[in-house]
Design a protein around this ligand. Structure first.
Ligand code: ASP
Ligand code: MG
Length: 437
C-alpha cells in the first residue's frame, strides 16, 4: 500500500491511513512519500545551498522545521511518544544544518532530498506506536538499489528484501520509504520526482505481492484531466499497456515507470482514494476489460522538430542517422510521424536542443515548434471501435493539429497541438468521445 504526499500531509490524514493499513487481512508493506510540499522545499534548500546562499537555505530549513514541530504536536499526544517524535525531527533538521556548513556537492543534494521520506515514515511509526499497533520500519536504503544507469536492480532488491522479511516473519505490518534508494556507488539517491509509486511497484514485484495499491487523493485514473475538464469519470479497469500510455502521456496519478515491474511480475495495481476508501478506483491488470476508448491525457512542454529533405526520397538509413543524433544526447523521442520527404519527431527534454538542431542541419531543412502539447487518446483496440475516428476528428475540427500518430500500438492515437489549445481540445474530446459535458 503506497500513500502519496497529500495522504500523509496532515496529522489527521496520517491517523486516517493508520486505520486503512490495519484493515488488511494479509501482511502489508506500507510505502510512504514525504509530506506534501516537503520534497519541493528540500529541492529549494538544495538549490539555495548550491548557489551558496546559506542565509536563504537556513531560512527555508527553519521554516520547514517549524512545520514539522507543528505537525507532530497534532500527530501524537502521549508525552513519551511526543518526545520521540521531537527527537526524530531534531535529528533530521540537525543533519540539514550540518550540511549547510560543509561544502555542497551533488551527492549531498540527494541526502537532502531523502530527509522527506525518512521523516514521514519515522513519524508515521511513532503514531502506530502510540496506538499500540505492532509494526516494523524497513529502511529502504537497505534494499532499494539502482545500477550505474540509474535502473533499479530488481534481482538484488528481491534478495535483500526477502532476507529482511524472513528475519521478521512474525510481523504483519511493515513501513518503508518510497522514492529513496542507494546508487551503484553506495550513496543515497532517489528514483526521481514522484518515484514513490515506482518504489511500491518494485517492492510488489520483488515480493510477488497479491496487489499493489496506490492510494492518492482521487478515486482512480479518470477519463480526462479533472483539473481541466469539469465532468470526468473514473475508469474501472484497464490493462498495463493502457495505463503505461496514460501515465507516460500525462495522467499525473501514476509515475510512468511504475507500470513495468507490476506488468513483468503480473501484480495487479489498484489506484485508490484515501479520502473515499470505499470507491472502486481503477484496477490495472493484464486484461483490458472492454474494447474502446477509455481516456485522454495531455503532456505539456513538448518541442516538435521537422527535418525535411529530398534525399529522404527512396533512401534507407536516413532515420537511423537522425535517431543517432538523439541517442548521442540521450534525449528520448515521444512521437514520430513521417512522409516521403520529411519526418517530424517530438521531445520533452530540451537540455541538448541547440546541439541536436545543429547536428541535424546537414540532413536537410530543420524547423522547430516550441510549446506544443501531446494529446493522447488511449483505449483497448481503439482502431476497431466503430466511429472512433469520426468522433475524434469530428469533435476537434476547429483545432490546428500539428502531428498525428496512430498504429504504433493498438491502444493509442496521439495528436500534437499548440499548447494554447490544450484546454479547448480536452473539453471538446470529453464531449465528442465520452458524451460528457
Ligand atoms: N516525495 C517525492 C516527490 O515529491 C516522491 C514522491 O512523492 O513520489 O517527488
Ligand atoms: Mg506522487
Amino acid at each position: 500500500m503506497k500513500f502519496g504526499g497529500t495522504s500523509v500531509g496532515r496529522p489527521e490524514r496520517m491517523h486516517h491511513i493508520a486505520g486503512l493499513v490495519t484493515n488488511s487481512s494479509e501482511p502489508t508493506i506500507v510505502v510512504l512519500s514525504a509530506l506534501s510540499g516537503t520534497t519541493n522545499a528540500l529541492v529549494e534548500i538544495g538549490d539555495l545551498m548550491a548557489k551558496g546562499d546559506r542565509n536563504g537555505a537556513k531560512q527555508s530549513i527553519d521554516k520547514l522545521e517549524a512545520h514539522y514541530q507543528d505537525f507532530i504536536s497534532q500527530l501524537v499526544k502521549k508525552p513519551e511518544i511526543l518526545d520521540k517524535a521531537k527527537a526524530i525531527v531534531n535529528e533530521h533538521f540537525e543533519f540539514l544544518n550540518i550540511i549547510l556548513r560543509i561544502s555542497f556537492s551533488e551527492a549531498l543534494s540527494k541526502d537532502i532530498l531523502a530527509q522527506g521520506e525518512l521523516l514521514s515514515t519515522k513519524l508515521f511509526c511513532s503514531y502506530l506506536e502510540e496506538q499500540g499497533i505492532d509494526h516494523l520500519l524497513l529502511p529502504a536504503l537497505e534494499f532499494m538499489t539502482i545500477d550505474t544507469y540509474d535502473e533499479p536492480q530488481i534481482g538484488s532488491i528481491k534478495v535483500k528484501l526477502t532476507q529482511l522479511l524472513d528475519k521478521n516473519k512474525k510481523k504483519k505490518l511493515f513501513v518503508t520509504q518510497g522514492y529513496i534508494c542507494r546508487n551503484a556507488r553506495g550513496e543515497v539517491d532517489n528514483l526521481k520526482r514522484g518515484g514513490s509509486d515506482y518504489s511500491a511497484s518494485l517492492i510488489a514485484a520483488a515480493i510477488n505481492a497479491s496487489v499493489c495499491e496506490i492510494w492518492t487523493d482521487i478515486d482512480g485514473m479518470h477519463n480526462n484531466d479533472p483539473r481541466i475538464v469539469k465532468k470526468t469519470v473514473p475508469v474501472e479497469q484497464m490493462s498495463f499497456d493502457e495505463a503505461a500510455e496514460l501515465a507516460y502521456f500525462g495522467a499525473k496519478i501514476l509515475h510512468p515507470a511504475s507500470i513495468w515491474p507490476a506488468q513483468q511480475y503480473n501484480i495487479p495495481v489498484k489506484l485508490l482514494n484515501t479520502m473515499q476508501p470505499e470507491a472502486k478506483g481503477t484496477t490495472i491488470t493484464a486484461e483490458a476489460g472492454s474494447v474502446g476508448v477509455k481516456a485522454v491525457a495531455a503532456k505539456d512542454n513538448i518541442t516538435a522538430i521537422r527535418i525535411k529533405s529530398s534525399r529522404m526520397l527512396l533512401a534507407y538509413g536516413f532515420l537511423r542517422k537522425i535517431f543517432e543524433v538523439f541517442e548521442k544526447y540521450r534525449t528520448p523521442i515521444d512521437m514520430i510521424t513521417t512522409s516521403e520527404v520529411a519526418v517530424s519527431i517530438t521531445i520533452d527534454n530540451t537540455m541538448h536542443l541547440p546541439e541536436i538542431l545543429k547536428e541535424l542541419e546537414p540532413f536537410g531543412t530543420v524547423e522547430k515548434d516550441d510549446d506544443q502539447t501531446i494529446i493522447s487518446v488511449v483505449g483497448n483496440q481503439i482502431g476497431l471501435t466503430e466511429d472512433m475516428i469520426k468522433k475524434l476528428f469530428g469533435s476537434i475540427m476547429n483545432i490546428p493539429v500539428r502531428m498525428v500518430s496512430y498504429g504504433g500500438s493498438p491502444h493509442n492515437i496521439s495528436l500534437l497541438v499548440p499548447a494554447s489549445y490544450k484546454t479547448q481540445i480536452l473539453q471538446q474530446l470529453n464531449k465528442g468521445m465520452f458524451g460528457l459535458e
